[in-house]
Design a protein around this ligand. Structure first.
Ligand code: AMP
Length: 285
């Protein structure tokens, strides 16, 4: 195995799992991995287990030659694009880590079984790679939360690095599924980031009632012609459970369906801005 040979030579292994169709969000992970590790391995695998029966597995873009060119440009040392039977060898029962209740909320509620598929493939990729540092995007915050919990609970020899969401100039999170959008939908897709920004502004202004933030986000997305709100919530950063009152670091999360694609996004909420210091009393004349 390539990664074993690297470690034997004293290299540190950076791993970036992807579904391929590589874009600026993936590239940011590759760059982080290149900075943090002396070897970079990218996996490209459209994992059937994380797609629901009515989802886009068959249509998910697979521009493999283009992906290889991106990996080469960003100096990946290895690209693993396995056939399905290499990931899931017939007759071999692989571990199926539990996604628990968090795995059934939000993305899990809209996409039943999704996180079981994600954890199964990520566990398998970690197992094949061996000890490594693995890079994931905050764009998929719930996924990252569940992977972190799996690594902790199963004591996997993997260090996780969480990387900020890469956005288009107008704020839309870069995503493979943005490609599905018509020009009109794409313009309106900005409502997700607008909603999150409104929630962040409210939090910065001192609003601690999460329901106020949720209502503002729902109004923004619900008022957008082509968007249908799937969920808007504020979750505790440590538990990924919805909160009514913000008392600890919290994240606003949203999902919306457009006619051609379902999009998700999230933003860590800022602490309230400090009260401005009182004006100093004027010096006596
Ligand atoms: P995917 O190929 O969509 O499964 O994504 C592979 C990795 O890239 C995951 O860790 C994602 O969270 C991450 N990712 C996807 N989009 C972005 C983005 N816009 N910014 C940062 N990371 C991203």
């Amino acid at each position: 195995m390539t990664t074993d040979a690297w470690r034997a030579d004293g290299h540190s292994v950076g791993l970036v799992p992807t579904l391929g169709s590589l874009h600026a969000g993936h590239e940011a992970l590759f760059r982080r991995a290149r900075e943090g590790c002396s070897r970079l391995a990218v996996t490209v695998f459209v994992n059937p287990l994380q797609f629901g029966p009515s989802e886009d597995f068959a249509h998910y873009p697979r521009p493999f030659e283009q992906d290889l060119a991106v990996c080469e440009r960003l100096r990946a040392d290895a690209v693993w694009a396995p056939p399905i039977e290499e990931v899931y060898p017939p007759g071999v029962e692989l571990p199926s880590p539990d996604a628990g209740l968090v795995g059934e909320a939000f993305e899990g509620a809209s996409r039943p079984g999704h996180f079981l598929g994600v954890l199964k493939v990520v566990h398998r990729l970690f197992d094949v790679s061996g000890p490594c540092t693995a890079y994931f995007g905050q764009k998929d915050a719930q996924q990252l939360f569940l992977i972190r919990r799996m690594v902790d609970e199963l004591h996997l020899p993997v260090e996780l690095v969480s990387c900020p969401t890469v956005r288009e100039a107008e704020g839309l999170a870069v995503s493979t599924r943005n490609e599905y959008l018509s020009p009109e939908e794409r313009e309106q897709a900005g409502c997700l980031f607008l909603a999150l920004t409104e929630a962040a502004e409210l939090a910065r202004g001192g609003e601690r009632d999460a329901r106020v933030l949720v209502a503002a986000m729902a109004r923004e997305i619900g008022g957008t012609d082509l968007a249908r709100l799937d969920y808007a919530a504020v979750v505790d950063e440590a538990t990924f459970s919805a909160v009514d009152t913000i008392e600890a670091p919290a994240r606003a999360i949203v999902a919306a369906r457009f006619p051609s694609a379902r999009l998700i996004d999230n933003l860590l909420l800022p602490e309230p801005a400090p009260e401005p210091a009182p004006e100093p009393a004027p010096e006596p004349a």
